[in-house]
Design a protein around this ligand. Structure first.
Ligand SMILES: Nc1ncnc2c1ncn2[C@@H]1O[C@H](COP(=O)(O)OP(=O)(O)OP(=O)(O)O)[C@@H](O)[C@H]1O
Length: 301
């Protein structure tokens, strides 16, 4: 199967302002992909490029093996919901479904109507009067009823309360299982991503910091604790993502690409996904404000 997403040297600038710089990555088929990064990192830009809403400034991007929005067939393969879950305020829920039916060659009426009933949306209700959660459910329904091969969501749960968020993610996972659809979604809510994603892309400052299958990432990231100075010389292939030192002890968060950590004289434990991503975001934030390299960060005493 073709990769869900493949980019090579992908860059996008808005005027002179770079939003994505030299992004090269491959996401294998059949993944639920989480895209994470701070405000302004370039997440929406990457998703808009994947959906074919905007064109690259340099480099290439392929989605499911083809150029985004190359033709009507490619458009039909992708369901995209932009950050503000756009709906037509003056049209009813039922109008949205009728429009979906007319515009999409593979439209699944039974799926759309069944799902509207299941989540309790009133077909006669004007979309402009729906709550944020209901609007997100309508957008998800329309995107799924297209029967795409890939669903792309830009911060789908940002405006939802915890219960609505859980319901939305549950629905999403049901679609993934039932329709065998791939998903790329961005979010700031790491615990949500941890629950649903099996592949992560971490983007900061317009560049990719980390990408890979969650299983592989978890297997190769560790917290090391040793007496101060005991971890000063690490083997090649063990990259320090974050470090804290007290007088007596050093704690390092590391990425081990060579399987060297088990041989080190240190207490070691694997990181969970949230701690791992936070380490990368912290490193980028410290770099952005011109702080000292994270390897030399002193813990507050
Ligand atoms: N249409 C645009 N015109 C000019 N600059 C833009 C435009 N869209 C995005 N940018 C800039 O590109 C950079 C990346 O923005 P983008 O929206 O992709 O980030 P993001 O990671 O999705 O942020 P957020 O988490 O806040 O949604 C930012 O500096 C932003 O100001």
């Amino acid at each position: 199967m073709k990769p869900v997403l493949r980019t090579q040297g992908l860059s996008k600038s808005y005027g002179s302002r770079p939003a994505l710089i030299d992004v090269t990555l491959t996401v294998p088929a059949g993944r639920v992909v989480g895209l994470v990064g701070p405000n302004g990192a370039g997440k929406s830009t990457l998703l808009n490029l994947a959906a074919g809403m905007i064109a690259p400034t340099a480099g290439t991007i392929e989605v499911l093996g083809s150029r985004p929005a190359a033709d009507a067939a490619q458009l039909a393969r992708i369901g995209f919901v932009a950050q503000d879950t756009p709906v037509y305020a003056g049209l009813t829920v039922g109008d949205h479904l009728r429009m979906g039916r007319r515009l999409n060659p593979r439209w699944d009426d039974a799926l759309a109507e069944g799902r509207v009933a299941q989540v309790g949306l009133d077909p006669a209700q004007k979309a402009g009067r729906l709550s944020g959660g209901q609007r997100a459910q309508l957008a998800l329904t329309i995107a799924a009823a297209k029967r795409p091969e890939l669903l792309i969501f830009d911060e789908p749960v940002a405006s939802l309360d915890p219960l609505a968020r859980r319901a939305f993610l549950q629905s999403l996972m049901e679609f993934v299982a039932e329709l065998e659809v791939g998903v790329i979604l961005s979010s700031h809510l790491l615990s949500d991503l941890e629950r649903v994603c099996d592949h992560m892309i971490v983007l900061t400052g317009s560049r990719v910091q980390l990408t890979g299958d969650v299983e592989d990432l978890l297997a190769t990231h560790y917290r090391l604790v040793a007496a101060r100075g005991g971890l000063d010389a690490l083997p090649p292939g063990v990259e320090v993502i974050h470090a804290e030192h007290t007088d007596r002890q050093s704690t390092l968060l590391v990425h081990d690409t060579v399987g060297a950590v088990p041989g080190l004289a240190a207490d070691t434990e694997h990181l969970n996904l949230e701690d791992m991503i936070l380490a990368y975001l912290t490193r980028a934030a410290l770099g952005a404000v011109g702080a000292r390299a994270p390897q030399t960060l002193e813990a507050q005493r």
